[in-house]
Design a binder for this molecule. Sequence first.
Ligand SMILES: *Cc1c(COP(=O)(O)O)cnc(C)c1O
Length: 371
Amino acid sequence: MNIPLVDLQSLHKPIEEEILDAVKNVVKSCQFIMGEELRQFEEEFSRYCMVSFSIGTASGSDAIRFCLMALGIGAGDEVITAPNSFIASASPIIQCGATPVFADIEPDNYHLDIKKVEEAISERTKAIIPVHLYGQTVNMGPLYELAAKHNLKIVEDACQAHGAFYNDKRAGALADCAAFSFYPGKNLGAMGDGGLVTTNSQVIAEKIRMLSNYGQKQKYYHDELAFNSRLDSMQAAILRIKLKYLDEWNEQRRQAAEYYNHILRETSLHLPQSVDRNHHVFHLYVVRYPKREQLLKYLQQKGIGAGIHYPIPIHLQKGLGNLGYKKGDFPITEKACDEVLSLPIFPGITKGQQDYIAQNILDFEKSNLPV
Ligand SMILES: *Cc1c(COP(=O)(O)O)cnc(C)c1O
């Protein structure tokens, strides 16, 4: 059996005609940049997230960068984020002239450890970027208190959490502003790059529109120097179709995660917490295992597309070497990076596929001494 980490082919199959029609309409309209499809998608995504404003951008990375810039963050400022995330939770901080400061994580849910965040705060700290990693929202309550106490802004990295909840609010509605990515493999993915900012602040929304569209409100009147980073109409049209299915797809992911938790309970893998906490949308189903490399190799030989998210923590990435971090700075993060393993999960994954994966994990454990 061959099971990819993410099966976009089978996800798209039942909606292919609908998507092609939407694409055809954009081709006919010749409105490729801005225009009606984008306006409608932004409105629909705002309604979905229960926020006042959505602004499309060219990528999730740009969405994070514009959030920071809209909050006035720049040279000399520090922004605290998680070191166990994708690089783009940190690189936009540098791109806007500020310095990323990392804090270690909690070993069970892979989110920032609030005590470590407090220790990392200096007089230069301006904001925190909590990452709703793997599709589960960060426990925001303590973060709100900390931010209020130190007068800090919060930017959600919601790039893996489309549709997740924190209490009765969705990811995207939990902070000053939030960044989403529509990279194809995300829970809501375009067919190319794309991103978006959500916010309830009109001031932030207007600022981000300027930043993403050459600093112009009116064509050729550039009130400030800015960027070209927009969500194009073709992607917006495709995303409008896919947004209609997002809740259904997330439910399928959650059910698949619950089934994994059940069929893997006899293994010695460390499994994710209950799927009920905050409506985890399982962008990834991540287990931990001390002999991760051996298990990964074994599963790959059996045709199972397991993955690692992420093998190298951000603070040890070569590209960020000049920040001066070293191995041992964030031991819980570093241990997690050595042990995490993502099992295939996607809407439509079958019990047969999951059983095959679980069976292979059991076989692997039987052929290996207990750790
Ligand atoms: C995907 C992702 C991003 C960046 O999104 P792009 O659209 O690829 O720029 C940022 N943060 C996290 C946690 C992500 O998973």
